[in-house]
Structure formats: C-alpha cells, structure tokens
Ligand binder design. Structure first.
Ligand code: SF4
Ligand code: SF4
Length: 311
C-alpha cells in the first residue's frame, strides 16, 4: 500500500471555480501555518498551524455552554464577550466547545485530511477545470507542510492535473526542493526588498525569502510569477519599485503580478480575537497602480495587475 496516501495535512478551506490563481478554472486548497505575520493578511486564520475556535460575538447568547464543555478551562467570560486562551486551544484535539454551542457563534477553523481523501474531493471538480485548469495550493504557507504537499502534488501530477503553489518563500530550502518535480507553476510573494522594513510589517527579515527566490529561479524549470501586494506608504514608492525590479531581473525571471491591498479579510480578525492593522479602508488609486506597472515595464518586467489574468 502507498503510505503517502495516508499523510495528513491541516487545511482551513477548499474553494472551487477560481480564475485568478493560475491558468483556467482552478480549485484552491488553503493550508494552515505561516511564519510571517503580514499586517494586511487577508487570511489570518491560516497563520496558526493548528485548528482553532472562531468566535462570532454577534451570534453569542452567553449561555455558557462552551465554558462548561471545555475540559481545559480555556474560556473566560468578560463582561460582553468570551476570551479564549488560544495557547490551550492549540493543543486541543476535541473541540468540545464548538460541539456544545447551539447558536452558531463558535465553529472550528481548520481540519485535518489525508492526501487520499483530499485527492478524491478535489478531483470531483475535474470536469469544471477544462483543459488548462487544475489546483493551486495557498494558505497560510503551503511549504510548511512539505511532506503532505509533496505527496499531494505527486498524486495530482501523475494524473495530469496542472499544479501551482503560492508561497511567501520564508521556509527552508529542504521544504521546497522535494516538491518541485511535481509543480508546474509557482506564485512567489515579494513584500519588500529592504529587510528592516520587511520585518516591521511581517515580523520577519526577508533573507530566507530572497535566497529561496534566487534558488528557485535557477532550479525550477516551470513558470515563476512574482507577486507583490501593493501597500500604500510601505512598498509603492518608486525607489522601492526600482530595487524590486533589479532583484527580479537578477534572478533571470521577468514576470510580476501586482495585487492592490484589499480589506476583505478584516472581519476574520474579530473571529480570532485579534485587531486588524488599520481602520482606514481606502483602496489604492488605479492611477498609482498604473504608475508602478509602467515603471516595471520600462525596466523590462512583464507586469499584470490585480485579478487581470493573462494566462
Ligand atoms: S478548542 Fe478545546 S481548549 Fe479551546 S476552548 Fe474549545 S474545547 Fe477548550
Ligand atoms: S456556547 Fe455558543 S452561544 Fe453559548 S456562550 Fe458559548 S459561544 Fe456563546
């Protein structure tokens, strides 16, 4: 028996019918666990590697059923909301709290699944993918679960399913390299070229990320499309764009997708008992994105903006 089919991964979502993360129509697989904490992250429920309780205060009736049910005493009631000791939740296998809640205020964010079960689930979408479509792994950071990702990609690749991954690159090379033979495309996120500024907004330097990008550019024969979330006042100035272009060209690759910052994920921070980084929900002006695109194209980089899909 092929034991790799039984390897478990931890996901927080599976979404079909995506047309923005690779060629054709795709199924997106969201993996939990990321070593960055980007201030603007739109999937904060993907950062912890573990399943965790998601609490929607507007549905809570404060009947205390979850508090009674929790065997680890991880929930306290504070005036008009519940507070979770999430360090205890991270080692919880049972989630009695979510089973006890009758109002829908509590649900489990994240689940475990084997390669075999996931493969059967996603291949139900195959008829919708068409000729060019397939799967894209995203998250969270997929390469934090390297063994699972490798086994899943291999299974897909061997059955002629187009495979892509979106990575932040902040993982050891030993996690990335074994997955490469089973990948067609890589979306590689770059947030800032200056390591100090990178750390201010993501919690981590960019050393490993730039190393991973340079190594991938040499050793991966498939398509690499860099991606940059455009954050006003952080990485959109022309000096930074010039440095970013120099780095991309130094790798020998020449494609980037600019993603204007959006705030669709801000409500999820409430579910996790966290505070979102900004109260200002302005979007970046279209003219500003066009200015960056023009600067990049003048440098010789092919630049796609937003959800524009050139694939
Ligand atoms: S996830 Fe587990 S530890 Fe956390 S509140 Fe629920 S039952 Fe308690
Ligand atoms: S069981 Fe559900 S409704 Fe009751 S206090 Fe807990 S979260 Fe609120």
């Amino acid at each position: 028996m092929d034991r790799t089919k039984l390897i478990h991964g931890t996901l927080f979502d599976i979404q079909g019918f995506s047309v923005h993360d690779g060629p054709g129509c795709r199924t997106l697989i969201f993996l939990k666990g990321c070593s960055l904490h980007c201030a603007w992250c739109s999937n904060p429920e993907g950062i912890s590697p573990y399943p965790e309780p998601l609490y929607q205060i507007s549905k809570c009736t404060f009947d205390g059923l979850c508090i009674e049910a929790c065997p680890h005493h991880a929930i306290k009631q504070n005036l008009e909301h519940l507070v979770f000791d999430r360090s205890l939740c991270s080692t919880c296998n049972t989630f009695e709290c979510t089973s006890a809640c009758c109002s829908g205020a509590l649900r489990k964010g994240g689940f475990q699944i084997t390669v075999d079960t996931l493969f059967k689930k996603i291949t139900r979408d195959r008829q919708y993918w068409g000729e060019g479509g397939g799967i894209t792994l995203t998250g969270g950071e997929p390469f934090t679960q390297s063994g699972f990702v490798q086994a899943l990609l291999k299974r897909c690749y061997e059955t002629f399913i187009h495979t892509a991954v979106e990575t932040c690159g902040n993982v050891p090379w030993k996690n990335i390299e074994p997955c490469l033979p089973w990948l067609d495309w890589i979306f590689f996120d770059l947030k800032h070229i200056d390591s100090k500024k990178h750390k201010q907004c993501t919690g981590s330097s960019n050393h490993l990320i730039l190393q991973s990008a340079a190594k991938l550019a040499i050793s991966f024969p498939g398509r690499i499309i860099f991606r940059m979330p455009v954050i006003p006042g952080f990485n959109d100035d022309s000096d930074h764009i010039a440095s970013l272009c120099d780095f991309i060209l130094s790798t020998g690759r020449q494609e980037i997708n600019l993603l204007p910052v959006h705030h669709f994920g801000r409500e999820k921070y409430n579910l996790l008992g966290q505070t979102y980084y900004t109260k200002e929900f302005n979007s970046i002006p279209h003219l500003e994105i066009e200015r960056i695109r023009s600067q990049m194209e003048m440098s010789g980089i092919r630049c796609y903006t937003g959800s524009e899909t050139p694939f």
